[in-house]
Design a protein around this ligand. Sequence first.
Ligand code: RIB
Ligand code: CA
Length: 316
Amino acid sequence: MTLKPARPIIIDTDPGQDDAVAILLALASPELQVLAITAVAGNVPLALTTRNARILLELAGRQDIPVYAGAIRPLVRPLVTAENVHGKTGLDGPDLPEPTMPLAPGDAIDFIIRTLRERPAGSVTLCPLGPLTNIALALVRAPDIAPRIAEIVLMGGGCFEGGNITPAAEFNIFVDPHAAEVVFKSGVPITMMPLDVTHQVLTTRARIAAIRALGNRSGEVVAQMLEFFERFDVAKYQSDGGPLHDPCVIAYLLRPEIFQGRHINVEIETRSELTMGMTVADWWGVTGRAANARFIRKVDSDAFFALLCERLAQLP
Ligand code: RIB
Ligand code: CA
């Protein structure tokens, strides 16, 4: 049986406990080749997201993967962070050592542009898990890369589920709505994991217990991260567990068949302070505007967590 070559991806991220689980899931999956992690300011400032990305690579024994620093703030608006959710380090929960691996020289945007120009057109998938600032900067600085991107599979937005940082907006899009507008108008194939689907994958007691029962260090670290990360959403939603947002991006690459969605038009609010960062998703096709994103609305959450456990078990 000839194995398919691993799918090259760049993970653009603001770790963040849920980003951390997404990164570990990708590292544990031979179907994917993580070319680099590009860090962006979001959940916590850039200095911490670059630190946290390196901590995670060292936890997984993958210091061979470079971490590049990207944007220190959004394109236009001031940076808004989420220490109230992720803790002061962004990876609160487990006690993790400071990273020893250095940051890769050069910046994330240059790496994204260079990689897309050097590798075959249509071979690299971008996986943004935070504000879209790095991706937008790459598209603005080098418009020629747009047709070379295989797909952008991102976590962000919401429709029927509303917002999580305002009634109208989800955090990643809210933090940098102008970057989101650049990305959603780029013409690049987009698959988006909005709150509508991520709120279906809840870190229930039983699911955290199953992760802890894996018996490896990664399982214990993830369990401790989730027990910290979920407390904000459990208090807000009175739910059994919190939504595991970012790993939906990686799980989609691995098992797209457990997700369901529709190719629709999605526009970004960049003017009204009341609805700033809202993803205006035309699910019922009432505007006649051209479809520009596959909006994922459903997932088999048991299959999602079975995949997550199966793969986390492969890590140290
Ligand atoms: O709204 C959820 C998103 O915001 C996730 O990516 C989480 O990590 C935060 O960045
Ligand atoms: Ca994130």
